[in-house]
Design a binder for this molecule. Structure first.
Ligand SMILES: Cc1cc2nc3c(=O)[nH]c(=O)nc-3n(C[C@H](O)[C@H](O)[C@H](O)COP(=O)(O)OP(=O)(O)OC[C@H]3O[C@@H](n4cnc5c(N)ncnc54)[C@H](O)[C@@H]3O)c2cc1C
Length: 349
């Protein structure tokens, strides 16, 4: 992820170039063919993309989306790939890599507002805000990835979700337009934001609050230290693999087993009294005896059972196999159907 891809700009029309490639070349948009996506994902797995564009401006992002739409190409918008599992067969279509930043667009502060390009790293945004005594996002410090990816995923931690601070987002659309939407106009929930289909976030403005820079930085440092203590950051990983499960009354779960594995707080009675119960995915996976389970070069982390790590030489298929195993065992044991938080995309061989 750290290395910027070298753009082999194709300047001539020639045999073998797809109509979309020709069109991008005509528009002077640098395009790579066959770029291995493992170089752009946190897990360090993923086969080649047919085409990869790293747009230099918001306008170029919109033009690329328009060209792809008109040529009927499937598009994957990528940030910094920290929450993606891309298949070993790669991606058939165009990868739009927004997460490595535009040429000239960073973080701008004005009053208590903060405007940023989608490719800025979330930690950079938080540091810049903290330096200026702006508070509101520091609980998210240490979440890797880009601002655009954080918005697409509604990244959250320690009770704060990024959308709680969004004033507006600017979207590049497959129609070729750039459109600004108020934060309140985009529905969002646990690890999801309902962005218009096929759109890419290119900019956002956050509404923050005045605070003391030292206190803000202190809180950010505490969160980072907590993450370092809990997460297996020494290995390539993709953060939480599964979403925590929200059980609602009437859910057909094995409450006896839940209570015996997780404790009294997870009984049917507790669920009915609370109206809902959050079952932490890591506890469910761990209770199935899967902590430390390996497949090829992939492992369910021994440090945090909702993380999977690349011990070296893992393939996407290894991670997909472990995900399948964990989902099956958790369902057989507790009746809980875990959903992945990590987004699976591309061709799995
Ligand atoms: C060690 C570790 C800890 C983590 N901790 C947390 C945590 O505490 N809380 C949390 O919520 N997440 C956490 N994550 C997950 C991840 O970091 C976030 O989801 C991150 O915000 C994703 O950003 P990204 O740029 O890497 O997006 P990517 O992984 O590149 O993409 C993720 C999704 O967002 C879409 N997307 C990316 N950029 C854009 C864009 N500009 N416009 C439209 N769609 C876009 C992609 O299509 C994809 O569906 C963690 C991950 C790791 C590795």
């Amino acid at each position: 992820m750290g290395d910027r891809p070298r753009h082999r700009q194709q300047t001539r029309r020639g045999e073998g170039l797809s109509p979309l490639t020709e069109r991008l070349v005509e528009e002077a948009i640098p395009v790579l063919t066959g770029e291995p996506l493992a170089a752009h994902t946190g897990l360090r797995v993923g086969g080649p993309a047919d085409l990869l564009v790293r747009p230099r401006t918001a306008a170029e992002t919109a033009r690329t989306l328009l060209s792809a739409a008109e040529e009927g190409a499937t598009v994957l918008v990528m940030g910094r790939g920290t929450n993606l599992l891309v298949g070993d067969g790669g991606f058939r279509g165009l990868v739009l890599l927004v997460g490595e930043g535009f040429e000239e667009d960073g973080v701008r502060l004005h009053g208590t507002s903060c405007t940023t390009a989608a490719g800025v790293r979330l930690h950079e945004l938080i540091e810049r805000a903290a330096d200026s005594g702006l508070s509101g996002l520091e609980e998210l410090y240490g979440i890797p990835g880009s601002v655009g990816g954080a918005l697409a995923m509604n990244a959250g931690a320690y009770g704060v979700e990024i959308w709680s601070r969004v004033e507006w987002v600017e979207l590049a659309l497959p129609s070729g337009e750039l459109r600004r939407c108020r934060g309140s106009d985009i529905a969002h929930g646990y690890r999801r934001a309902d962005l218009p289909a096929g759109s890419a976030v290119v900019r956002a403005e956050f509404c923050l609050a005045d605070g003391d820079p030292r206190e803000i930085k202190g809180r950010a440092r505490e969160r980072l230290a907590d993450r370092k203590a809990k997460h297996p950051l020494e290995f390539p990983n993709c953060g939480s693999v599964f979403k925590n499960f929200c059980a609602v009354p009437g859910a057909d779960l094995d409450y006896e087993r839940l209570v015996s594995a997780l404790g009294e707080g997870y009984s049917r009675r507790a669920l009915e009294m609370n109206g809902s119960l959050t079952l932490p995915a890591w506890r469910l996976v761990d209770a199935c005896g899967l902590t430390g389970e390996k497949l090829g070069g992939a492992q369910i982390s021994t440090k945090h059972s909702n993380f999977m790590v690349n011990l070296g030489g893992a393939r996407a298929a290894d991670f997909a196999g472990l995900i399948e195993l964990a989902r099956r065992r958790v369902f057989e044991t507790f009746g809980v159907r875990l959903e992945t938080e990590v987004r699976l995309t591309g061709e799995f061989l």
